[in-house]
Structures are given as structure tokens and as C-alpha cells.
Design a protein around this ligand. Structure first.
Ligand code: TYD
Length: 217
């Protein structure tokens, strides 16, 4: 029987739309769940309140000021941390979140032009100062991501309808967000152009190594 520290591990997945991070987060969760206490969640939409915000943010048909858009993501994040993420971490669980604060820095900050310093400050407040222990960043070119989104049988969200320049800024924003992290917070960059199987295997191997080193597996 393993003993788990009272402080869990926060693993976030980041990447542009169509990067494959959602299926990678699921694959990691499926691998971990029989081995250690783990939960899978997402932003926006990890809580009941968040689900309402997710529908509003992704499917809206009206213009929204970028600051207002950011504050809705921040409201979702605040509730998500308080209601779900921090309690699970306090129980020593591994929390896997499909997107978190870096997405706001990248999409609303670099993508939409909201002052990044403001986003950083509010993100820290919403996160109650907790950084991810690990961020898995699935890196992919805009062209490949677009191809994948094109084959999905779903209505495109307001974000997915954005053009190449937007996603170039978003990718820069992710790097800028990672540069602000403290040295203990690890960024694992994974090449999203590989076969899906390979991407999943690589991520599972990296996280397995990390958790083993920390005595959690
Ligand atoms: P995601 O769950 O990856 O989309 P889907 O499951 O539909 O593929 O992310 C939802 C969208 O919200 C995505 O386009 C990025 C955007 N987003 C932001 O713009 N800012 C944020 O802070 C977050 C968390 C997401």
C-alpha cells in the first residue's frame, strides 16, 4: 500500500485547439486511475458553474469585450480551484486539468490583447498562488491543428474560428507564460505531430518518471 503526501500533484495540459491535448489528458487519466488517486477535470467547465460559462464562452453569437471574456474564464478558474482542485490536492490526489491559467495568458493576453501583467496577477489570485507542478504542452503547427479540427464533426467554437495570426500569438503567449513559472514548476514539451499513440505513450512515460521520482508511484 502506497502512502500519499497530503499535498497532491497538479498536472495541466496546454496547447492550441486541435493539438490533441484533450485525448492525451484522457489517456493519462486512464493510465493513472488504477494506480493512484487521480481526477480528470477541465477549464472551462470543471464545475456546474463552469459548465454554464463554457457554453456561454464557446458558443456565443454576440461580441464580448476581451476583458469581460477573460474575467469569465477567471471566474470559472476561481470556482474550479476552490470547489474541486484544492480539495483534491489536499487529499493527496493527482489532479489532471485540461487547460488552466496559461490558456488565459495565451488566448486572452497574447491572442486578444488583454494586458498580460493584469492576467498574470488575477490568475495568481484565482489560483490562490498554486502553480501547476507539471504542465504538459502539446506543441503543434497551426496547419496540422487546423487539419485535425477540420475533420471533427462538431460546430467550431468562437476560438476555433480564429485565423493563423491569432494562433501564432497564442503560441507565443504560452511560451511567455511558461517563462514566468518558478523553477520547481516543470514544463514538459511534447511533439503533437507524432501519431496519437506515440504522443500518449511519451506523456505517460514522462509523468510516470516524474511520479516515481516523487515516490508517488
Ligand atoms: P478546449 O476545452 O481545449 O476546447 P474543446 O474541448 O472544445 O476542443 O478549450 C476551450 C476553449 O477555450 C479553447 O478554444 C481555448 C479557450 N480558452 C481561453 O481562451 N482561455 C482560457 O483561459 C481557457 C481555459 C480556455
Amino acid at each position: 500500500m502506497h502512502t500519499y503526501s497530503s499535498q497532491g500533484i497538479l498536472v495541466t495540459f496546454e496547447g492550441i485547439d486541435g493539438s490533441g491535448k484533450t485525448s492525451a489528458a484522457h489517456a493519462l487519466y486512464t493510465y493513472l486511475k488504477g494506480r493512484c488517486p487521480a481526477i480528470l477535470t477541465r477549464e472551462p467547465g470543471g464545475t456546474e458553474f463552469g459548465k454554464i460559462l463554457r457554453t456561454l464562452l464557446q458558443g456565443r453569437t454576440f461580441e464580448l469585450d476581451p476583458k469581460a471574456e477573460y474575467l469569465l474564464f477567471a471566474a470559472d478558474r476561481t470556482q474550479h480551484m476552490q470547489e474541486l482542485v484544492l480539495p483534491a490536492l489536499n487529499e493527496g490526489k493527482i489532479v489532471i486539468s485540461d487547460r488552466m491559467a496559461d490558456s488565459s495568458y495565451a488566448y486572452q493576453g497574447y491572442g486578444r490583447g488583454v494586458t498580460p501583467a493584469m492576467i498574470h496577477a488575477i490568475n495568481q489570485w484565482a489560483m490562490q498562488g498554486r502553480e501547476p507542478d507539471v504542465t504538459v504542452y502539446v506543441m503543434i503547427s497551426y496547419a496540422e491543428a487546423r487539419k485535425r479540427l477540420g475533420t471533427r464533426n462538431e460546430q467550431k467554437t468562437v476560438f476555433e474560428r480564429e485565423q493563423e495570426e491569432f494562433f501564432e500569438r497564442v503560441a507565443q503567449g504560452f511560451e511567455a507564460a511558461f517563462a514566468l513559472r518558478s523553477p520547481e514548476s516543470i514544463i514538459m514539451r511534447v511533439d503533437g505531430h507524432q501519431e496519437q499513440e506515440q504522443v500518449h505513450t511519451e506523456i505517460i512515460r514522462l509523468i510516470e518518471q516524474y511520479l516515481t521520482q516523487r515516490g508517488l508511484l
